[in-house]
Structures are given as structure tokens and as C-alpha cells.
Ligand binder design. Structure first.
Ligand code: SAH
Ligand code: SF4
Length: 399
């Protein structure tokens, strides 16, 4: 782990965004953004402009499948129409990557800006992890064989800038909630990273995890709006998406009611073996204790082979003891859910007084769970040197 302070790290390792991605600075949202509107809204927009509704379909294709970021480059539309749209102040307005941080392990973290006249507003910090971090292991998504020349990748997405939940071990919590991201800003992060990495939808095996900054279920409408855009307009599978929540019960209940063709997989940040410890490290547990969370999770109708993921951050000396592992195994068994546990060794952050667990403690914990019949995996820390690992994301304005 690099011990330099985070601001210094950023200055030393920030690299300019790839200039081949277009004039990203010019894509700030002055004018009306088309990106973020779904097929219906685009059709309505075209109808208002006196155009046939199927022009909306063409626009949706251009924005979400061809990933065009400039109205004048949408050659499926007649030139006169493009000019008129531009003249009326329409622009694509997809949020742009403005900074790239590259890790020694191949992970990349990005700053994605959503305009704002002061140039400081940022949409999120998506993280690209080639080969993933094993967070998907055993949850049903590996059932199909990978038949392609390069293996898999995972993109970790933010749903908010900052977070209001205040888990004591998490760096994002220190920011407080700065603001919600819109559906377009969340989906835009994905397409920006796809563009940079040359991802081909339908060919490449890319998983999306909503596990970056923010609590997706406290920004539910925008989070699900982004999922709808990504599934319906961009053609991604919700079975390759996982959303993680700290246990916002009304959000979980709403999520359980989503149609299967739109519903991502669910991960719950359990993080402790019982309410007493969970309440100490996650104050949200006082509002929605473990049993209330489990009752809500049981409302989710799982697909064949699908499992609920329980994330469990191992805090040295606090949640990583052998007795804790046995208690977690009993707790998960008692839920009766098809579940697996994803163990995450705590990633340090400035000003947070916890300890990373010893590697032997992590392995012993995993083994106790596995021996108790609970599939358990250890998530690899990715991009720790660029503050991209779990719980390390924190908006960084300084370049
Ligand atoms: N807000 C959502 C999703 C983002 S946090 C949630 O809490 O579930 C994603 C995961 O990172 C959570 O499981 C959280 O417990 C974990 N996490 C937070 N801070 C961490 C840290 N410093 N080290 C390791 N994992 C951390
Ligand atoms: Fe928010 Fe998740 Fe961090 Fe808790 S762990 S403060 S819910 S981002």
C-alpha cells in the first residue's frame, strides 16, 4: 500500500484522458442533453420537432449503441435535421472522462465530469478492472463458458457523489452526500468506459457492479433509470449487473418488485455477524436491523442459479474472529436464501482507524464459512495504489 497522502497521489499519477475520446471538455452540459432520455422520450422529442417517431429510435441507436457523442456525427439523421437540432441547442451531453488514474495491476479509475460552469462538478469515479475482482464468483453469472479471446472485466459504478450512510470504515462516507447522479450520468459512466476500452456489447464479457460511491437505493429512481437505459437501449443484460446496498429496506422491497428482465442481481453489505457489531460500524443498522433486511431480501424472486451476495468487510480484530465466522455461517443458513459470501479485506483510508485483517484470518474465515456449507470468496483488492479499491473512492478535484 502506498503511504503517500491521497492528494499527492492524485497529482503524481493523474494522466490526461485519452484525447482520441473526442473533445471531452466540450461535452459539458450547456444546452439540452439528449443522453439520458430513453427511446420513448426521444421519440416524443422528435415528434415535437415535427419528425416521425421512428427518428427517436435512430437517435437511441446512435446514443446508446453506436455511442456517438456529437449530434453532427449522427449520420443516420438527415443533415438538415442534425443542423436544426444543434441550432436549437440540443447536444448529446454524455458525461465525459476528464481524468484517468492507472494502477500497476491494470485497474483504471476515472473522473467523469458532468459539466457545471465551475468545471469542478464530477459525476462519479467508475473503475475498470480487467479480469474482475472475483466479486462475481459463484453467483450464477459464471455459468456460461467464456468463448472469446480476452476474458472478463468488471466496471464498478457510482450512483451518488459521496454518501449519506456513514459507515465508519468507508472513505466515501467522509464526503457526506454531495449529490445524486442522474440516470444519464450513471449510464454515461458505463458508455464512456466502453468507448475507452473498445468494449463490444454482445461480444465482450463485462460485468457492471453498482458498488462505487454512494448508496444506490437512496437514489433509487435514477439508479433503476440507468439500468433501464443500459438494458433496453444499450442492450446489456441485467444478469451481468449487481447492485450493492447497505440494507435500505424500502429500496430492497421496491427492487424485489422489478420485472426479472430488468432486475440486476443483489448484494447486501452485511459486514458483521450480529446487530450489536453491525450497529457499531454501520449506524444504519439501528434503523434497519439484520432481520428486517433479510425479510426484505426474501421478497426477491431469484432466477435459476442466482444467489444473493452478502458482502463482508473484514476489519482486523473487530469482525474477523473465528467466532464471527461461525456466527455468520449460522446467520446466512438461517435466512434460507440461496446465498454466497464475498469477503473483502478492509482497505485503509486516511483518517479511518481500523486495521486490515491478517491474511491467515481472512483464509480461516473463508474456510469456516465453506465448511459450514456457505460458498465464500475473497475479493481481490484492485487498484489500491490509485485509491480505486472498495471503500476508497472519494471525489478528488485536484488535478
Ligand atoms: N453503498 C453501497 C455500495 C457501495 S460500497 C454499500 O454499502 O453496499 C461497496 C462495498 O464496499 C460495500 O460492501 C462496503 O461494505 C465495502 N466497503 C466500504 N468501505 C470499505 C473499505 N474501506 N474496505 C473494504 N470494503 C469497503
Ligand atoms: Fe455509503 Fe456504502 Fe460507504 Fe456505507 S459502505 S458509507 S453505504 S458507500
Amino acid at each position: 500500500m502506498d503511504s503517500r497522502p491521497v492528494d499527492q497521489l492524485v497529482r503524481l499519477e493523474a494522466a490526461p484522458a485519452d484525447s482520441s475520446q473526442g473533445a471531452s471538455e466540450d461535452r459539458a452540459s450547456v444546452g439540452q442533453a439528449l443522453f439520458g432520455l430513453d427511446g420513448e422520450a426521444l421519440a416524443a422529442c422528435m415528434a415535437r420537432a415535427g419528425e416521425p417517431a421512428w427518428r427517436g429510435r435512430q437517435l437511441a441507436e446512435a446514443l446508446y449503441r453506436q455511442r456517438i457523442s456529437d449530434v453532427s456525427a449522427i449520420t443516420t439523421l438527415p443533415q438538415a435535421l442534425r443542423q436544426r437540432l444543434v441550432g436549437e441547442g440540443w447536444q448529446v451531453g454524455r458525461p465525459a472522462i476528464t481524468q484517468v488514474f492507472q494502477s500497476q495491476d491494470g485497474t483504471e479509475r476515472y473522473l467523469v465530469r458532468v459539466g457545471g460552469a465551475d468545471g469542478a462538478a464530477q459525476a462519479g469515479e467508475p473503475v475498470w478492472m480487467p479480469e474482475g475482482d472475483d466479486g462475481e464468483a459463484g453467483d450464477g453469472s459464471d455459468a456460461e463458458a467464456a468463448v472469446k479471446e480476452y476474458t472478463r472485466a468488471t466496471i464498478c459504478l457510482s450512483s451518488q457523489v459521496g454518501c449519506a450512510v456513514n459507515c465508519h470504515f468507508c472513505l466515501t462516507a467522509k464526503l457526506g452526500l454531495q449529490r445524486n447522479l442522474t440516470a444519464g450520468e450513471i449510464a454515461g459512466q458505463v458508455l464512456e468506459v466502453f468507448e475507452r476500452q473498445g468494449v463490444e456489447v454482445g461480444r465482450d464479457r463485462v460485468n457492471l457492479v453498482f458498488m462505487g460511491m454512494g448508496e444506490p437505493f437512496l437514489n433509487y429512481a435514477n439508479f433503476m433509470g440507468a439500468v433501464r437505459l443500459l438494458v433496453r437501449e444499450a442492450g446489456l443484460s441485467p444478469q451481468r449487473m449487481t447492485v450493492s446496498t447497505s440494507g435500505i429496506v424500502p429500496g430492497i422491497e421496491q427492487f424485489a418488485a422489478e420485472p426479472a428482465e430488468l432486475r440486476p442481481k443483489l448484494a447486501i453489505s452485511l459486514n458483521a455477524p450480529n446487530d450489536a457489531i453491525r450497529g457499531e460500524i454501520m449506524p444504519i443498522n439501528h434503523k434497519w436491523p439484520i432481520e428486517a433486511v433479510m425479510d426484505a431480501v426474501r421478497q426477491v424472486r431469484l432466477r435459476p442459479r442466482e444467489r444473493i451476495t452478502f458482502e463482508y468487510v473484514l476489519l482486523g480484530g473487530v469482525t474477523d474472529q473465528p467466532a464471527h465466522a461461525a456466527e455468520v455461517a449460522r446467520l446466512v443458513r438461517r435466512t434460507g436464501l440461496a446465498a454466497k459470501v464475498n469477503l473483502i479485506a478492509w482497505n485503509p483510508g486516511p483518517g479511518i482507524a481500523y486495521a486490515t485483517p491478517r491474511p491467515e484470518a481472512v483464509e480461516a474465515f473463508r474456510k469456516t464459512l465453506a465448511d459450514g456449507g456457505i460458498p465464500a470468496y475473497v475479493r481481490k483488492p484492485r487498484g489500491r495504489d490509485i485509491y480505486a479499491a472498495c471503500g476508497q473512492l472519494k471525489r478528488t478535484v485536484e488535478g
